[in-house]
Ligand binder design. Structure first.
Ligand SMILES: Cc1ncc(COP(=O)(O)O)c(C=O)c1O
Length: 358
């Protein structure tokens, strides 16, 4: 019998997507966002597959440490910066670049003793209201950063967009205008665009771009597919059939007897459930690719198994391969069925699912 659930990762597709990003954001350097286990693709294998990335971005110190432990020598940016003197020292030891988004972080830098010098990314909050200095607090923060002893290796500026995934959303232009106004006259490198910013239509100045989702081959837009953007899915969530049964019209399938067969059906049980990261809320009718055909999920997703109506798919047997998402079945489509976004599905692939590099 063929293998049970696994997330097959294609480094070639990852590299392809990086070059698609580069074509789109010519002249910009690329900070590959690999936080949250590279959106479920494996932090270290993903980073090792991208020797061409100009830098990596992670959210937490521990993620950066894992990259260094694996021998990654490119710059690593901590997108949330550090929060204690110990973390700052650790960041210095490993040569991390820091986002500075709060006065407390400037204080930590001011109080640091020793000769450590950092590349510092000052984050400006242009409307997301999550992290960053509001425009009126930016100039004093910059002044303090400029006066640090020893001086920073380099100062750079960034902001993050709230609505770039919605084409023509006015907020994107407002945020960009606020950023320009706040940074007018300054000659620092800047970074604004995430995946949606890179592939969207707004004119964004980009010395650096910060793609996450696009690198993994998914589209950030509801109305434009990854294929239309020239992106290829990197993850295939593959499993196989572990049982096939005939169900007579009127019989039910699974917990809560939530689905009743409208006619005599052939049901395949796939080894994939919410224990693997498949949302329990996936509604009946969500497709699974099985023997090359789309077959609908029936009944409730359970912890280890999901039932699929394969009445219309010839030749399904125990061991037949099933694709939950990947080439031919975009994760964005499954996310729509689940009422969520591809980010969440990719990040939710659980620890028991082995990652396999193809
Ligand atoms: C500050 C920052 N930049 C870039 C990204 C990458 O975003 P995306 O995956 O939409 O490209 C993220 C992800 O959430 C982020 O928090």
């Amino acid at each position: 019998m063929s293998r049970l659930i696994r997330a097959v990762i294609e480094p070639r597709a990852l590299r392809h997507n990086l070059s698609t990003v580069r074509e789109r954001a010519r002249r910009a350097r690329v900070m590959a966002v690999v936080k949250a286990n590279a959106y479920g693709h494996g932090l270290v294998p993903a980073a090792l597959s991208l020797p061409e990335a100009d830098a990596f971005a992670v959210a937490r110190l521990e993620e950066g440490l894992a990259l260094r432990a694996a021998g990654i020598t490119q710059p690593i940016v901590l997108l949330e910066g550090v929060f204690t003197a110990e973390q700052l020292l650790e960041a210095a030891r490993h040569g991390f670049d820091l986002v500075v988004h709060d006065a407390l972080q400037v204080e930590l830098l001011e109080e640091m003793t020793g000769a450590h010098r950092f590349v510092l990314w000052i984050k400006i909050d242009t409307g997301m209201n999550r992290l960053g200095f509001p425009p009126r607090e930016f100039a004093p923060a910059l002044e303090r950063v400029r006066r640090l002893k020893p001086s920073p290796l380099e100062i750079r500026l960034l902001t993050h967009l709230a609505c770039a995934d919605e084409p023509d959303n006015r907020m994107t232009n407002q945020q960009v205008a606020r950023f320009r106004e706040t940074t007018r006259g300054l000659d620092y490198s800047v970074s604004i665009a995430n995946s949606a910013g890179i592939f969207g239509s707004a004119q964004l100045k980009c010395d650096w771009v910060r793609p996450g989702l696009a690198l993994y081959g998914a589209s950030p837009f509801a109305a434009t597919s990854a294929a239309q953007l020239g992106l290829e899915p990197v993850m295939s969530l593959e499993s196989s059939v572990i049982a096939v049964r005939r169900v007579t019209a009127g019989e039910t399938v699974g917990y809560g007897a939530a689905w009743t067969a409208p006619r005599d059906c052939l049901i395949a049980i796939i080894a994939a459930g919410y224990g693997d990261g498949l949302p329990r809320g996936l509604p009946g009718g969500t497709p699974v690719l099985i023997a090359g055909a789309r077959a609908p999920i029936v009944g409730r997703v359970s912890m280890d198994m999901t039932a699929v109506d394969v009445s219309a798919v010839p030749g399904v047997h125990v061991g037949t391969a099933a694709l939950l998402w990947g080439p031919g079945l975009p994760v964005e489509e499954i996310a729509r069925h689940a009422g969520t976004i591809p980010y969440e599905l990719l990040c939710s692939v659980s620890q028991r699912v082995p990652l396999e590099l193809r």
